[in-house]
Structure formats: structure tokens, C-alpha cells
Design a protein around this ligand. Structure first.
Ligand SMILES: N[C@@H](CCC(=O)N[C@@H](CS)C(=O)NCC(=O)O)C(=O)O
Length: 228
């Protein structure tokens, strides 16, 4: 990868997962703020890159790539074996299942709690939130009991995807009282280990996330832009 990659980002958005992976891979990259204050993610310039109007987008030598899981896998495969099992490694099988689960199951469920009005009419939002939070708690329980990669001290793309989601669950949406990371001791231990890694420290500083960004998060104080 000789041309620097460009990450279109907003602080504490799903672009954080990609920033973490870029830092873990130690590849050069530039960032461009997508100004959520002006709804720039839905403006013509950004929509030309990502027709979904969702953050992130990564500009690669082959053109833009979006969808967080796809971007993470694309990056991982550029340096095979560093942050995700290589194509011929045995761990790839379970790794892919987890990556797609994070992307297809956990991430969309969280989105439903952050943007319920994008999924259902106003009158039904309370029911959607109740059901989705129940599902999310079951999903965190599944991670707690089955995700063996949580204990791997080497930062990989699964960690880069999960850690921000733990943070968002505690911070965003109409009410966060449903989620308490202390009820998931293994996830809490992971968050504490992860946030002091060199990779997470660089990302925390770049986006103003604070010292305990993943284990005991507080709203971001970013040098530029806004999270919502
Ligand atoms: N499926 C997308 C979801 C990304 C996503 O939810 N991005 C949020 C920020 S964290 C966003 O762009 N929200 C702006 C909006 O919905 O208008 C992905 O995996 O990249």
C-alpha cells in the first residue's frame, strides 16, 4: 500500500473501528472529517463516495470501500495474518463467523437503539427498544461466554470492532440504563486491557475519548467534529 489511505470519519462513529485497525496495522493514513453538525454524511460529496450516507468510508487505491466489517477485512487482508487469520490459517473460519456476527447482528441491533425512528414509526419505538435491548443483552452474554479471542492480547480487527460497540452501548441512545458492562466481567476485563494498548491510546487521543474510553466511557471531547 504505497498511496496513503483516506478515512472519512466522525469522532466516535463506526469509523473509530477502522481507525483502530489502521493503527494496529501501522499503515499510513489520512483522515477527512465528515461534519455531522451539517449532516455532511447525507450531502452530495459524501454520498458520491458512500451512497448509504453512513460513516465510515475508506478511500483505497481501488476506490471507496464502506461497511465497517468489509473495510476491516479488506485492511486485514492487505497484511495477512497481522490482525486477522490469513486465508489459509485455521483460525480464519471462526474469525469470519465472529466478524460477520459483529457486523450483521450486534452492530445493527445497536443501531436500532440509536436510531429507532429509522426502523419503525414513533408509536412503536418503546416496543422496539425493549425487544432490541433484550436481544443485545443476550448477544453480550454470548460474547462473554464464547468469544475466546477476547483474551488474546494481540490487537486484531475483532477487538477493533467490538471495543467501540461496548463504548457506544454505554453512551448513546435515549436511555443507557439497560447496559452495565460490570455485569460482563470478561468484556470489562477486555475493555480495560484494550484501552491501554498503544493502538487504543492513539485513537483515544485523536478523537478525544478519554482515558477509560471503553471500560467506563464518557461523552467524547474531540478536537474536531461531533459524534452525532
Ligand atoms: N452498516 C454501517 C453502519 C455504519 C453506521 O451506523 N454509521 C453511523 C455512525 S456510527 C452513521 O453514519 N450514522 C449517520 C446516520 O445514520 O445518518 C457500517 O457497518 O459501516
Amino acid at each position: 500500500m504505497t498511496t496513503p489511505l483516506t478515512l472519512y470519519y466522525a469522532p466516535d462513529n463506526a469509523s473509530l473501528c477502522v481507525r483502530l485497525a489502521l493503527l494496529a496495522l501501522e499503515v499510513p493514513f489520512e483522515t477527512r472529517l465528515v461534519d455531522r453538525n451539517t449532516n455532511a454524511q447525507n450531502g452530495p460529496v459524501y454520498m458520491a463516495l458512500n451512497p448509504n450516507g453512513l460513516i465510515p468510508t475508506l478511500i483505497t487505491p481501488d476506490g471507496p470501500i464502506y461497511e465497517t466489517g468489509a473495510v476491516l477485512l479488506w485492511l486485514a487482508d492487505k497484511k495477512a495474518g497481522h490482525v486477522f487469520p490469513a486465508a489459509d490459517a485455521s483460525g480464519r473460519t471462526a474469525g469470519l463467523a465472529w466478524l460477520f456476527w459483529l457486523s450483521n447482528t450486534l452492530h445493527p441491533a445497536l443501531r436500532m437503539t440509536f436510531y429507532p425512528s429509522k426502523y419503525i414509526e414513533a408509536g412503536s419505538i418503546p416496543q422496539l427498544l425493549t425487544a432490541t435491548r433484550t436481544n443485545l443483552l443476550a448477544q453480550f452474554t454470548q460474547l462473554e461466554s464464547r468469544a475466546e479471542w477476547l483474551d488474546d492480547p494481540h490487537v486484531g480487527i475483532l477487538h477493533c470492532y467490538l471495543a467501540p460497540m461496548l463504548r457506544w452501548a454505554a453512551l448513546y441512545g435515549a436511555d443507557q440504563s439497560w447496559f452495565d458492562l460490570h455485569k460482563f466481567p470478561r468484556l470489562l476485563a477486555f475493555a480495560k486491557r484494550f484501552e491501554v494498548t498503544h493502538v487504543a491510546t492513539q485513537a483515544r487521543l485523536a478523537e478525544g475519548l478519554g482515558d477509560t474510553a471503553f471500560s467506563a466511557p464518557s461523552p467524547p471531547c474531540p478536537p474536531e467534529g461531533s459524534a452525532t
